[in-house]
Design a binder for this molecule. Structure first.
Ligand SMILES: C[S@@+](CC[C@H](N)C(=O)[O-])C[C@H]1O[C@@H](n2cnc3c(N)ncnc32)[C@H](O)[C@@H]1O
Length: 143
């Protein structure tokens, strides 16, 4: 599997320790900034789409999708909008989100909004979605 946008690689290391065959890629972290070649049966994109403004978000999602092999799965998680709204009153609006006091972009998704976003961007007919207390998720298979 590939953890796309893996940050410092915390999940990569944890899963590796559990025996999972996993690679990490992150465009902005030197240790992981070389995108592995080939395609993967599982690609995760965790807490990435909610920190990127639209022009970068859409491209990043499509790049992650390209790494999924035929029959493989893309799993996307994002910060819930209701969580973001608890903090956003002091932030400046920007596109479909906000610029935080640290001048980083932040938005959030409802379960339905994330599902629609994935369907729209990836041209998928079916996306499975769910909600957990700290994240919403959507996953789909490449046919
Ligand atoms: C909020 S962090 C999430 C890190 C990790 N996935 C996690 O769940 O802890 C978002 C990450 O996405 C990475 N990122 C942003 N744009 C990217 C892109 N186009 N390609 C790959 N990684 C990207 C950033 O460098 C950052 O490490």
């Amino acid at each position: 599997m590939l953890d796309f946008g893996c940050g410092h690689g915390t999940d990569v290391r944890l899963l590796m320790e559990q025996g999972v065959n996993i690679a990490g890629y992150d465009a902005f972290h030197k240790e992981y900034d070389r995108r592995p070649s080939g395609s993967f049966d599982l690609v995760t994109l965790n807490f990435v789409v909610n920190v990127l403004p639209r022009e970068y978000r859409d491209q990043c999602l499509k790049d992650a999708w390209k790494c999924v092999c035929k029959g493989g799965t893309l799993f996307v998680s994002a910060r819930p909008m209701k969580d973001v709204l608890r903090y956003s009153s002091s932030w400046d609006s920007y596109e479909d989100g906000w610029l935080t006091s640290a001048k980083t972009f932040q938005t959030g998704y409802s379960q339905d909004a994330l599902g629609l976003y994935l369907m729209d961007q990836l041209g998928a007919d079916e996306v499975h979605t769910g909600t957990r207390p700290t994240f919403v998720y959507g996953w789909l298979k490449k046919t």
